[in-house]
Write a protein that binds this ligand. Structure first.
Ligand code: ZN
Length: 201
């Protein structure tokens, strides 16, 4: 087995209210699961062990998701586990098209190893999606946003949550539903994570 193990968490579930685009074009849970399955396949192709944290279609409580990730940390050591949580952004709670757009990712507040992982993903995103908007918190020095999301705060390994464009922005939705967009998002996560792993060596 080649460490680290890369866990891919697909946000939400089929019964989660909201979390979809206007006109029913995209449902976050389904899109995230498609990405998670493809990411796991991609990491395995690259020679790493990788698993979907939530293979179910149903929502799994955040506490349980964190427990699943921590079980891998217990078994393999937290330094040998990386967690990527895959989401779509939205700027409103009603089903209307809005103007906010772009890609971003989050880590917990404060300086942790997860910030290095996030930086690597932003670098990869700039390489893979040079024409797309990358939302940065504080330029290249500190590109990732920080929030104590449960899945980040209550897992012991390096972890980030990516907001892969806005499900309530028409052009972002066109992109995330296109094969070009899906592949670019997958490559961003794979390249960025492998950059991080190589830096850790
Ligand atoms: Zn989400």
């Amino acid at each position: 087995m080649r460490l680290p193990i890369i866990l891919v968490d697909a946000g939400h579930g089929k019964d989660t209210p909201g979390k979809r685009s206007p006109e029913g074009l995209v449902r976050e849970y389904a899109w995230a699961r498609e990405m998670a399955a493809r990411l796991v396949a991609g990491f395995r192709n690259a020679g790493y062990d990788s698993f979907e944290l939530v293979p179910e279609e149903d929502d799994v409580a955040l506490k349980k998701r964190a427990q699943r990730a921590n079980a891998y940390c217990d078994r393999y050591g937290k330094e040998n586990v990386i967690l990527l949580s895959i989401h779509l952004n939205a700027s409103g709670n009603t089903l209307e098209w809005r103007s906010a757009n772009g890609w971003s990712c989050y880590t917990t507040k404060g300086v942790t190893g997860s910030d290095d992982l996030a930086k690597c993903l932003y670098e990869a995103a700039a390489e893979v999606m040079p024409d797309r908007k990358l939302r940065k918190y504080n330029g290249n020095k500190e590109p990732d946003w920080e929030d104590n999301f449960h899945i980040l705060l209550h897992t012991r390994c390096v972890a980030l949550l990516s907001e892969n464009f806005f499900q309530d922005n028409r052009e972002d939705v066109r992109y995330i539903l296109s094969e070009e967009g899906k592949e670019a998002i997958i490559q961003t996560h794979i390249r960025g994570t492998l950059k991080f792993i190589n830096k850790m060596k």
